[in-house]
Design a protein around this ligand. Structure first.
Ligand code: PMP
Length: 355
């Protein structure tokens, strides 16, 4: 049975990745042992970590100035770990939605936060491009893709201040000059792997500049010294990431995925814009190519629409609990056919219920 999986995260992964990672749980590399039963310090697992690091660097075109870490605690831990390691006195943040608000809340525990732009007054439907980064902040933090409302930063500021970016919901979805960032973090459970692992990509020369004492697990430098195995890492999630990254490379890398993702998003936004019943309220330049949010203009039709898509094996289309409406998360592994199928359902609904 074909299921069209629009979940926001954990979410759809490439079928072949799921099959291979499932096989490894039964018998890892024909060793007679499950991946879940091998030591995280075994040669086999060290090879997995090394290979995953090389894949991240190759796909993102990063040199050895950057360290790649696989940590736990989700992007949520990074909200605190970033200021813990990098904030001396003050940092600048963009408030572009729920997740950046959470990042700001944690940062305020370590120093002064300058909010350069807040989308709060327009319900986070647009992202300003006209903010100025002060010269005296320790870093600038932004969220590249706002998973809940469905906005995405298309341009990043040019600045000598270190740029820190939460890429949880659009990492590996498009080609960017990744060297413009000093630190990137992303939870794995959207475009990469299972939940329980966070990829941190950090330019080593930004570390070691603050005075506070940092607990070992919160200290990037200690993780770098220990090659992500300070303690027992999420072996399964790291292995599954390696498989997804191999899949990305085989497909043609980020250039290929970017084109495919743009095409998928365009089809869906076109349908929403054309339809009589649905609407998207995001500023056009800021529409996300990963999370497409939409609403029914007449709320009383929601019951009928829900009945229709649920009957057709579409899952995960409900909007975030804070926002309502609908959200189609259309990550790398979501096939084009799922978009086309959803569009057919929306067209049929339009025909049936437009007056
Ligand atoms: N940042 C963004 C942009 C997210 O979408 C999410 C989760 N959906 C988080 C942070 C939090 O991630 P986690 O639950 O892994 O801590």
């Amino acid at each position: 049975m074909k299921i069209h999986n629009f979940n926001a995260g954990p979410s759809v992964l490439p079928k072949e990745v799921v099959i291979k990672s499932a096989k490894s749980v039964i018998d890892f590399n024909e060793s007679g042992l499950s991946l879940l039963e091998i030591s995280h310090r075994s040669i086999d697992f060290l090879e997995i970590i090394e290979k995953t690091i090389s894949l991240v660097k190759r796909i993102m075109n990063l040199n050895d100035d950057y360290a790649i870490l696989f940590l736990q605690g989700g992007a949520t831990l990074q909200f605190a770990m970033v200021p813990y390691n990098l904030m001396n006195k003050q940092a600048a943040y963009l408030d572009t939605g729920f997740w950046s608000k959470n990042a700001i809340k944690e940062a305020k525990k370590f120093g002064k936060v300058k909010i350069l732009f807040s989308g709060k007054n327009n319900n986070y439907t647009y992202i300003s491009k006209n903010y100025k980064i002060p010269y005296n902040v320790d870093y600038f933090h932004c969220t590249s893709n706002n998973t809940i409302v469905g906005t995405q930063m298309k341009i990043f500021p040019k600045t000598s201040i270190p740029i820190i970016c939460d890429m949880s919901s659009d990492i590996f979805s498009r080609k960017l000059n990744f060297c413009q960032f000093s630190l990137i973090y992303a939870s794995a459970q959207k475009n990469v792997s299972s939940a329980g692992m966070t990829i941190v990509i950090v330019k080593k020369d930004i570390l070691g500049k603050i005075k506070r004492n940092i607990p070992s697990y919160m200290d990037y430098k200690i993780h770098i010294q220990n090659n992500s195995i300070l303690n027992t890492p999420n072996v399964f999630s790291i292995y599954t990431s390696m498989l997804t990254l191999e899949w990305i490379e085989k497909k043609g890398g980020l250039s290929f995925l970017e084109k495919k993702n743009q095409y998928k998003a365009k089809l869906l936004y076109n349908e929403i814009d054309k339809s009589n019943l649905f609407e998207n309220i995001i500023h056009r330049d800021d529409r996300s190519n990963m999370n497409v949010s939409f609403f029914l203009k007449e709320k009383n039709l929601e019951k009928e629409f829900n009945k229709m898509w649920k009957k057709e094996n579409i899952v995960g289309l409900d909007g975030h609990r804070f926002l309502g409406g609908y959200r189609a998360s259309i990550y790398n592994a979501l096939p084009l056919e799922s978009i086309q199928f959803l569009i057919e359902i929306m067209k049929e609904f339009d025909r049936k219920f437009s007056s």
